[in-house]
Design a protein around this ligand. Sequence first.
Ligand code: GLU
Length: 439
Amino acid sequence: MTTVTRFAPSPTGYLHVGNLRTALFNFLIARKRGGTFILRLDDTDPERSKEEYVDAIKYDLEWLGLTWDRVERQSERLDRYAEAADRLRAAGRFYECFETPTELDLKRKKQLNMGRPPVYDRAALSLSDAEKDALRAERSGHWRFLLNHDRIAWEDGILGAVSIDAASVSDPVLIRGDGQVLYTLASVVDDTEMGVTDVVRGSDHVTNTATQIQIIEALGGHVPRFAHHSLLTGPQGEALSKRLGTLSLRDLRARGVEPLALLSLMARLGSSQPVELAESIDELAEGFDLAQFGAAPTKFDENDLFPLTARHLHGLPLEAVRAEIAALGVPDEIAGRFWSVVRENIGTRGEIAEWWALCRDGATPVVDDEDRAFVDEALAMLGEPPYDADTWGAWTGAVKDKTGRKGKALFMPLRKAVTGRARGPEMADLMPLLQKKPG
Ligand code: GLU
């Protein structure tokens, strides 16, 4: 059977690193097995779903290279959900309830006070037709799926054997009083009708999975393989939920994180395989193995993304940045030399422009007071560009002879005067790129 996976975000916000984990795992499984990866927008909530988030989700995934084979929108499939609801009704697995949120809350509190789990008591099942009619006149009912009270078991791709007592779970509400179809039903109908074979999602969905398995079976569908990855925490094990806003993919992009750095980390974090910088998404797909992931919460430290980003940039050939460099105005003849000098000295792509500004316009010299006279004297000995590979050696040699300075005392003040910084590329390599005389 061809593998079909899906990533199913609700377009109610921007994607963050937690969502990315789910998207990536599903994507890699499909790619590794030559299957299909569906982007499914869970947009049945008309109030919270926004088109701008749909666009942002697509933009983020494209930025990362996580391309989908097909997009599906739940808002366009409402008739399918209504049809499934009818079938559940006909099978006696769907019942109408009328409790208000306040009443349900009260019931839950009572149960908790009595030390019992807050499971819905199925009171609505004993309503007579007359009672239901009377209630319907007051408010519209919501619909619950009638769980079979047996154990629901599955072999989880990450957690191993999982089994949940259905009696410990409330019959899930699948249609709200206002008629809105809820995720639990919509997701099951989609997974079944779209032939989804593998569902990877966060471990916050484990209970959903249990109820969804029964719904799938009630609808006569094929139960996919389920796997639940652990949730991310901060580096100290602290909950990440509050900080996820600042860990959105668009923020990380703005901070210069490279897609392959992010993907390389997320494809391995929480698994027994070491994090290695991959050269391509195909390489990540090739080496991806869900079975290597553990159930324990996974520590995520955004700072790990920056060394990986820098390493990725250091390894990029000119071709990968040629257009970008040309757009900055770097002349074609020196593009290759410019890139080989600069790539080792940048942490993010944005810094390429800083180096070009330095080459084109010169830096604001940094000169310590005690070096002022020395630097002035040295600069007076430097001719006008163009410079070549010998310029630095010849210039510093002449300065050494004239001033008697050598080693660090000779080179460092000149480096700082020319580049405005204490560290950077080999000066002999940098000099030929300077378009203006420093100083
Ligand atoms: N829209 C759901 C969510 O974002 C999808 C969960 C699932 O993968 O089934 O949590």
